[in-house]
Design a protein around this ligand. Structure first.
Ligand SMILES: O=C(O)CCC(=O)C(=O)O
Length: 283
């Protein structure tokens, strides 16, 4: 992320990156998710729901990882994708349901800043595949509320939550834009009111590999159909150091096998003793 985006994300709890995708990419993705919605049986089983099929390469799209590396963890192996869904709204559809907001120690979506960097928990990445007009149905935010000190969730000042309270923000953006927000910021869906097009948005919830907010609900065949690099985003909640131990164990075994093979050959006795002692040390 560039410094400007970092500052804005920290200040507001969300950023909008307009026009990240080309028109061709938007059309391809839109057509695909609408096919998943309307004719899933026309697709092979591993592509019938998100994150499968044409969406797969967007799991770790460079523009997404650029933000997540700065707000969740600098290492891709420590980032999980725990939920994806399509939000499709026609004119008039939607709801006003403010939620989250305020400082929280809940590790699922706590927002922290420490030692010069952001440590966000659950972070929503939204691919807006249609045009969004400000105040006409895009996600709404109370800017800065991820750091609010007063309890704005159960506030007696309920008027804060009214859409016309004057503290809610929204955005305009062209198709193919990215909206990224901390789940800790107070936000709400809205009623879609753009006469030109429906809302077609793909919502993704990323999190640190050590925590999870959502109950897992991905279709196993979809995850199995992804490449190993993408499957990694759907690992269980654990620390990736366990992967490294397993890798080290496997490597050790390979050395032992290679050394044993070598030791079986006709070679200098001194070298054989050396190999034996190395194998001994590995055990
Ligand atoms: O539908 C929207 O615009 C917002 C969805 C939402 O509230 C959420 O992802 O937590």
């Amino acid at each position: 992320m560039n410094q400007r985006d970092r500052i804005i994300f920290d200040l507001k709890g969300y950023i909008v990156k307009p026009g990240v995708l080309s028109q061709g990419e938007v059309e391809e993705l839109k057509e695909f998710v609408l096919r998943q919605k309307h004719e899933p049986d026309s697709l092979p089983p591993h592509q019938r729901s998100l994150p499968g099929g044409a969406f797969e390469r967007f799991i770790d799209h460079p523009a997404v990882m650029d933000v997540l590396h700065d707000v969740i963890d600098s290492k891709t192996e420590r980032i999980r994708l725990e939920s994806t869904f399509l939000s499709y709204r026609q004119q008039g559809e939607g709801e006003w349901r403010p939620h989250a907001g305020r400082r929280t120690t809940n590790p699922n979506y706590a927002y922290n800043f420490h030692d010069g960097r952001i440590y966000a928990g659950m972070t929503r990445v939204v691919w807006e595949l249609g045009e969004v007009l400000e105040g006409k149905g895009g996600t709404c935010f109370i800017s800065g509320s991820h750091k609010a000190n007063y309890n704005i969730r159960n506030s007696t000042e309920t008027s804060l939550d009214a859409k016309d309270s004057g503290i809610w923000e929204s955005y305009s953006c062209p198709p193919g834009s990215l909206v990224v927000f901390s789940e800790a910021v107070r936000h709400s869906a809205d009623f879609w009111n753009n006469p030109h097009n429906p809302r077609i948005a793909i919502f993704c919830a990323y999190n640190h590999i050590n925590v999870r907010h959502h109950k897992p609900s991905f279709a196993p065949e979809v995850i199995e159909g992804l490449t190993p690099e993408h499957q990694r985003f759907f690992n269980e909640v654990y620390h990736p150091q366990f992967d490294r131990w397993q890798e080290q164990e496997e490597q050790k075994q390979q050395y032992i096998n290679a050394a044993n093979r070598l030791g079986g050959n006709k070679i200098d006795r001194g070298l054989k003793t050396k190999i034996k002692s190395i194998v001994q040390r590995f055990r």
